[in-house]
Write a protein that binds this ligand. Structure first.
Ligand SMILES: [Zn+2]
Length: 358
C-alpha cells in the first residue's frame, strides 16, 4: 500500500483516553488512512517519530493572539506545543467592533490587560475592519498557520455602544442594550463562536479604571445571550471576580449556562490546595444537575493543581448546535479545522487566581 505520508514509530495517543500505543500513522490527502504496524507500506514522505508522541492537534481555548496573528502567522507559542486550533478574543478584549477613533483605545486596553505593546498592535494589524465579521475576514487574509476561532469582546462592544460611560458602573439604556445584543447577533452570524467578558478586578484601562463590562449586571449578559441565540447561539466566556463577588459570579455562570448554553470561565489553578479543585468539581456537577449534563472537564494539562473550567449546559441553543462544531459545519468553516474539531471542551488552567471559596 502506498500513502502520501507515514509517521513511523511514534507513541500514538488518539485523544479518546486510551493508553498510548506504538504505531505508524498513514495519511492520504488531509485524512488519516491507517493506524497500525505499516512496515510493508510506503509513502511519498516518511517522518521518523521514534521517541515522540503522535496525537491529534490540541485546541487552545484561552489565547490572546488577536494581534499577534498580524505578525506571527505561526501563532507561537501555541503552535510549538501541538496546538492546531486557537480560540482568540478571550476575556472581553478584542479589536472589533471598532470605529477608527477607538482603535488606539482598544490597543491600549490590550496592552494594559495582556502586556502586548500598543504600538505593535497598531502597526502589526491591518485595521481594515469595523465589525467583528470583518475582523475575521481580515485575519483570514493574514493566512494564519493554525485554525482560528474567535469570540467578540464585551469591552469593544460596550465601548462602541456606550462610549465613555462604558467604563463606569452605569447600566446601558434599553436602547443601548438592544444595540449590544444586535452586535452580538451580527458577530455570531458572521463567524464568531461566542462572546467574552472580563469581570476580574485586575484588568484596567491605562487611566486605572476597570475595563468596560467589569461591573455589568447579569441582565446585560442575558440580553447579549439573546442576541447570540438569534444567530444560532454561541459560547459565553468570562474571567470572573471570584475574589470579591464569588456568589454573584457563580450566579452569572449558572444563568448563562441556562441562557447561552455553553460557558467557559477562567478560574485559576490554585496553589496546590486540592480543596480548591474539589470546589470547582462540585460546582460543575451541581450546575450540570440543574442545567444539563456535565461535559468533558479536564484541567490536567499544565498544572497538577489546575482545574478545568467548562460548564456545559444542555438546554441552550449553543449546545444544541455546539458552538465550535456549528462553526465547523457552517459557512464560517474556513476559519476552523475542516476535519472538525472536538466541541471545544478541553480546558486549561488560567493565570488569574481567584480567592479561595469560602
Ligand atoms: Zn484571558
Amino acid at each position: 500500500m502506498k500513502y502520501d505520508l507515514i509517521i513511523r514509530g511514534g507513541s500514538v495517543v488518539d485523544g479518546t483516553g486510551k493508553p498510548a500505543v506504538r504505531a505508524d500513522v498513514a495519511v492520504n490527502g488531509d485524512r488519516i488512512a491507517a493506524i497500525g504496524l505499516l512496515a510493508d507500506a510506503t509513502a511519498e514522505r516518511e517522518i521518523d517519530a521514534t521517541g515522540m508522541v503522535v496525537s491529534p492537534g490540541f485546541v487552545d481555548l484561552h489565547t490572546h493572539l488577536d494581534a499577534q496573528v498580524g505578525w506571527d502567522p505561526y501563532m507561537t507559542s501555541s503552535s510549538w506545543h501541538g496546538v492546531t486550533t486557537v480560540l482568540m478574543g478571550n476575556c472581553g478584549v478584542t479589536f472589533a467592533p471598532v470605529v477608527e477613533q477607538d482603535r488606539a483605545f482598544l490597543a491600549e486596553m490590550m496592552e494594559s490587560v495582556e502586556d502586548i505593546p500598543r504600538q505593535a498592535i497598531l502597526d502589526g494589524l491591518p485595521w481594515d475592519w469595523e465589525t467583528y465579521p470583518e475582523y475575521l475576514d481580515s485575519v483570514q487574509r493574514l493566512r494564519p498557520a493554525l485554525n482560528v476561532v474567535g469570540l467578540v469582546g464585551h469591552c469593544a462592544i460596550r465601548t462602541q455602544v456606550m462610549g465613555e460611560r462604558s467604563l463606569g458602573d452605569e447600566d446601558p439604556t434599553p436602547e443601548e442594550l438592544g444595540r449590544m445584543a444586535d452586535i452580538a447577533e451580527e458577530s455570531v452570524a458572521g463567524g464568531a463562536v461566542g462572546f467574552s467578558t472580563s469581570r476580574i478586578l485586575l484588568h484596567f484601562v491605562p487611566d486605572g479604571r476597570y475595563v468596560p463590562g467589569t461591573l455589568a449586571k447579569i441582565k446585560e449578559y442575558e440580553a447579549i445571550a439573546d442576541g447570540m441565540n438569534r444567530a444560532g447561539g454561541g459560547l459565553f466566556q468570562s474571567v470572573n471576580d471570584f475574589g470579591t463577588k464569588f456568589e454573584h459570579e457563580i450566579e452569572l455562570l449558572r444563568t448563562m449556562a441556562g441562557r447561552a448554553g455553553d460557558v467557559l470561565f477562567s478560574g485559576g489553578a490554585g496553589d496546590g490546595d486540592m480543596r480548591f479543585v474539589e470546589y470547582w468539581d462540585n460546582f460543575l456537577n451541581e450546575t450540570a444537575s440543574t442545567v444539563g449534563t456535565r461535559r468533558n472537564v479536564d484541567g490536567s494539562q499544565a498544572d497538577p493543581a489546575g482545574e478545568g473550567q467548562d460548564v456545559g449546559g444542555h438546554d441552550g441553543p449553543a449546545h444544541r448546535r455546539g458552538a465550535l462544531g456549528r462553526t465547523a459545519r457552517s459557512g464560517a468553516s474556513r476559519r476552523v479545522d475542516r476535519r472538525g474539531q472536538p466541541q471545544g471542551h478541553l480546558v486549561r488552567p488560567e493565570e488569574d487566581l481567584p480567592a479561595r471559596p469560602r
